[in-house]
Design a protein around this ligand. Structure first.
Ligand code: C2E
Ligand code: MG
Ligand code: MG
Length: 305
């Protein structure tokens, strides 16, 4: 009652306050929208990479490319601050193309560096996926970079699967024919039918961070994660767990499945320089392990002979 009375008494002021806030927000969005048009040409976009680690041997098997924007005045912007705006304005089609191209060039550079098995995941937005020139652009990128599509994973959302099913199926099939891996990002947060899991060519499910977050003390959430794991097993789909931050969360998963782990527990999204270093160290551990094993067996052999 008090609040209602207060609200009525201040009605006009509140209204003025909200409209000012709203117009400030609208102005800021408009500014972002305008600035974003020049961001590609001004070299302000950058890809960060977050490692995905095999739950069995803790080796980095892939990375997810995550866009960042070094805005001249606003500093480093998270995709959450501009991707929704770009999606609304349609600008995402250009930005997404830039991401795709950049990530494929990088994947190719890693291949030349000897990391042939490193998978690179790219987020595809609905507008981009539904663009009638999407497949043509993908083909142009394959041609330009010489990338082997089997090393690229495309992350799509349930939203994409929900609308215009036939078109979606055609595009997915076109991508599969070329060899791309398809993952469903934030699986279980949308409202799509489970039928598509059987009917559409999908390879992996990504368990969203929201479900992983309170696995330890929220029985409902842990049931949901268990259900996704069961589903992935019965449909023979791979799994990526996103947002793994603690040892407990990791143990929960290790006890139940084999999956890729993506989260702060192992590594955050990082610059190209940092991720090169991270993967280099991760792979060195492997080779140093091999060296020490072979040294051991050599010395054992020497002793026994
Ligand atoms: P996403 O594709 O689900 O990416 C995972 C997000 O979770 C990333 O946020 C990552 O930094 C964050 N994350 C991963 N592990 C942890 C963790 O352990 N703890 C916490 N707190 N967060 C974790 P980011 O980079 O801010 O990206 C947010 C979203 O923006 C992405 O969610 C994706 O939907 C979108 N996005 C990013 N890059 C692109 C892009 O190139 N194109 C499109 N269309 N969308 C993108
Ligand atoms: Mg993603
Ligand atoms: Mg996600």
């Amino acid at each position: 009652h008090q609040a209602m009375y207060q609200g009525k008494r201040n009605g006009r002021n509140n209204y003025a306050f909200f409209t000012r806030q709203m117009s400030e927000q609208a102005l800021r969005n408009l500014q972002i929208e305008t600035d974003l048009r020049r961001a590609v040409d001004n070299n302000e976009l950058e890809l960060f990479y977050q490692p995905q680690t095999c739950s069995r041997n803790e080796k980095v098997t892939g990375v997810e490319a995550l866009i960042r924007w070094r805005h001249p005045n606003l500093g480093l912007l998270s995709p959450l601050q501009f991707i929704p705006i770009a999606e609304d304005s349609g600008q995402i089609i250009q930005n997404g193309h830039w991401v795709f191209r950049q990530a494929c060039h990088q994947a190719q550079a890693w291949q030349r560096n000897g990391w042939e098995d490193l998978r690179v995941a790219i987020n595809i937005s609905p507008r981009q996926f539904q663009d009638i020139h999407f497949i043509d652009k993908v083909d142009a990128i394959i041609e330009e970079t010489g990338i082997d599509p089997t090393r690229i994973e495309l992350e799509i959302t349930e939203t994409i699967l929900m609308d215009s099913t036939q078109l979606c199926l055609n595009t997915l099939t076109d991508l599969k024919v070329r060899g791309f891996t398809i993952a469903i990002d934030d699986f279980g947060t949308g409202y799509s039918s489970l039928m598509y899991l059987k009917n559409f060519p999908i390879d992996r499910l990504k368990i969203p961070r929201e479900f992983i977050m309170d696995i330890e003390d929220n029985i409902d959430k842990s049931c949901v994660v268990e259900a996704i794991i069961a589903l992935s097993h019965s449909l023979n789909l791979g799994l990526v767990a996103e947002g793994v931050e603690t040892r407990n969360q990791l143990d929960f998963l290790l006890e139940r499945c084999h999956c890729s782990i993506q989260g702060y527990y192992f590594a955050s999204p990082m610059t190209l320089l940092a991720v090169n270093h991270y993967i280099g160290e991760n792979r060195d551990q492997e080779s140093s392990l091999e060296v020490s094993l072979s040294t051991n067996s050599a010395s054992t052999a020497a002793v026994s002979s």
